[in-house]
Design a protein around this ligand. Sequence first.
Ligand code: FMN
Length: 324
Amino acid sequence: MQQFSPTIAAVDSGDPKADPAAFRRCLGQFGTGVTVVTAAHGDELVGMTANSFSSVSLDPPLVLWSAKRTSQSFPTFKVATHFAVNILSSDQIALSNHFGRSGGDKFGGVSWKRGIGGAPLLEGTLCSFECRKAAEYPGGDHLIMLGEVERFVRHDRGPLLFAQGRYCMAADFADPTDLSKATGQAHAGGPMNEFMTALMYRAHGVLSAALDEGRHAEGLSVLQSRLMAAIETLPGRTLASLLPELFLGLNAAESTVNELVRMGLVEADASGGLTLTAMGRDRNHALHARARAIEAKELSGISPGEIASCRHVLDKLVRRAPTA
Ligand SMILES: Cc1cc2nc3c(=O)[nH]c(=O)nc-3n(C[C@H](O)[C@H](O)[C@H](O)COP(=O)(O)O)c2cc1C
């Protein structure tokens, strides 16, 4: 057996009871998909965003998820005989945020139809599982609900993912047959290098790793720097109104704002409007200056003309993309 000798200090560690926020952050490192679980009881319809979904068994076909006991929809989930698990697709962040907020009529303005047991099936999802509630198990402040799947549907779309408090899309690791490594050549010719996508993906990897180091050197996490950039661009907005621009989960965004307030970089007014403090603006500008210097270093040795034409090509591609 090899000696376990971590050379890099852990970011968070300890007793979950002593530091629940750090425990939660640690749990949030585990990447998941995102679902909206729905149910009906009489006229009452409920739905909440949940990433506790898990597959359990093929025979019989079982899945599970866990519901927070204090959530407003909990009493209805408790009495409903069925629930539907709507697995969200990559363009449904707004729906995830919508069903991640507590209470209110969540189904007005949303396209849905009734599934088995009346549980709403949402439009535009990646897949859905209509379940009969088969069992419940105590899970501390949550209740674990086991469902027997009676019907499933899958569409040809990409999944919405959630990890480290932020929404993500699935991307393949580019170029599984990296010939430059196999041959020891710096830049081997081969089918993979012929494609712009593979080259852009690898170039993005090189640049973003360097930028990550810069952010780290500035003492800021990805979430902190993303929030600071948004607050500087849209000062005075509340976190709720910034969220759609940020691709962050509410819990992670709230605790990140609290961190930034404690660090003296952000302040909130009485109605929750957020602005950067003078120190926050300085830190943000230092981060941008660092990012500019890092990019310049990574691009050194490439002529200004080459960089300009590369920018021109990328810009044209971005403008052509339907989602840009
Ligand atoms: C990505 C994400 C995943 C979530 N996962 C769960 C979960 O698995 N179980 C849960 O009870 N709440 C989960 N929540 C929180 C609920 O969606 C949230 O508390 C919601 O406000 C509950 O609505 P309600 O109070 O109207 O029932 C999640 C929220 C987000 C954004």
